[in-house]
Design a protein around this ligand. Structure first.
Ligand code: HMG
Ligand code: MG
Length: 308
């Protein structure tokens, strides 16, 4: 399939990127991060989670974060909502999109949201109905679509099954998530080939963690399957508290560098994102793991030194 002319990059750093940080990141830092990302041109920022603070303490300030950000017209601010309580928080916070998050692996579903896949769908049904009633967009995220930290191999049929159930709930967009970054391009293509039989290709996204260094290759594989939406995290922040050893999402800077090289429009200014990666890495005292980000920062610094 021909490569798309443009793609949507969903910046998930403020949520997926920060949720695993041990030290509490000040609310003001989270707000500044989101404001800078909005200014860089992202059409979709995953801003917060309305989950149990006992399960993910880092996301406990979601309401304050959402109240403090400057909203850029046309940008979708998404939040995670595991249940109706989370939905009520999202509604009060004026989120544009709610994310229900399930898994293609029973074991991961239990560890992450404390219920079976079937129970999760039952729990999501009233959340999706309420979102429809309030005209909020609904995104469904399918964890462990390319492998599970507890179960290992995950059959493609299990991914298709959850995608079908999410589609029946009325999801506007569905994420195929490689939670622990074990996927490879061949498997990525097989999974997307299968799920595009049951859900429109243009509303599917690729959410790749980069634990095994395969994320960019998997994105390219997904592009070849006609996928037009990708998630990424500035500076490669992140990890999942319920997937031990998994590293962050693919770094946004690296994805933008790839897209720019392929001549695929994103509407996002790479130079600004490189600066944001530097800002948030310094702010939380964490290494910037974006290869492109680090290379471009080093280049800019050496050019600045040559000029003086
Ligand atoms: P539970 O313990 O079975 O549920 O958790 P519960 O109803 O007994 O609630 C436990 C406590 O949390 C209670 O408080 C509730 O009131 C409270 P207590 O009475 O003990 O004081 N509570 C809430 N508080 C605030 N907001 C809420 C909420 N709900 C309950 N919405 C539950 C079930 C789903 C709540 C829990 O398992 C949970 O919050 N899990 C979230 C885990 C999570 O956020 N994981 C990371 C995000 S998913 C991810 O990163 C993957 C993704 O990136 C894709 C990929 O890479 O795979 C999306
Ligand atoms: Mg994730």
């Amino acid at each position: 399939m021909a490569l798309p002319k443009q793609v949507k990059i969903v910046e998930v750093g403020p949520r997926d990127g920060l949720q695993n940080e041990k030290e509490f990141v000040p609310t003001a830092t989270k707000i500044e991060l989101i404001n800078r990302l909005s200014a860089a041109g992202f059409r979709n920022v995953e801003a917060a989670s309305f989950v149990s603070p006992k399960w993910v303490p880092q996301m406990a300030d979601g309401a304050d974060v959402m109240a403090g950000i400057e909203r850029r017209a046309g940008t979708i601010y998404s939040v995670l909502t595991p249940n109706l309580r989370g939905f009520e928080g999202a509604l009060a916070a004026r989120a544009d999109e709610i994310v229900i998050f399930g898994a293609a692996s029973e074991a991961f579903s239990q560890k992450n949201i404390n219920c079976s896949i079937a129970e999760s769908i039952e729990r999501f049904a009233p959340v999706a109905a309420a979102a429809k009633e309030h005209k909020l967009r609904i995104r469904g995220s399918v964890s462990c679509a390319l492998g599970c930290p507890y179960q290992g191999e995950v059959p493609v049929a299990s991914v298709v099954d959850v995608v079908e159930r999410f589609a029946a709930l009325g999801c506007d967009e569905i994420d195929i998530a490689d939670t622990i970054g074990v996927g490879t391009p061949k498997r990525t293509r097989e999974v997307f080939e299968a799920v595009t039989q049951v859900f429109p290709r243009e509303h599917l996204s690729g959410h790749f963690h980069d634990t095994y260094g395969q994320a960019l290759a998997n994105i390219y594989a997904a592009l070849l399957e006609g996928v037009e939406i990708f998630h990424a995290s500035v500076a490669g922040l992140g990890g999942c508290p319920y997937a031990k050893g998994a590293t962050g999402n693919v770094a946004t800077e690296d994805v933008l560098y790839l897209m720019n090289g392929l001549g695929i429009e994103t509407g996002i200014d790479l130079a600004q994102v490189v600066d944001i990666g530097d800002f948030i890495s310094n702010a939380i005292g964490r290494a910037n793991v974006s290869r492109a980000g680090k290379a471009l920062l080093a280049k800019a610094r050496s050019e600045a030194n040559t000029c003086v």
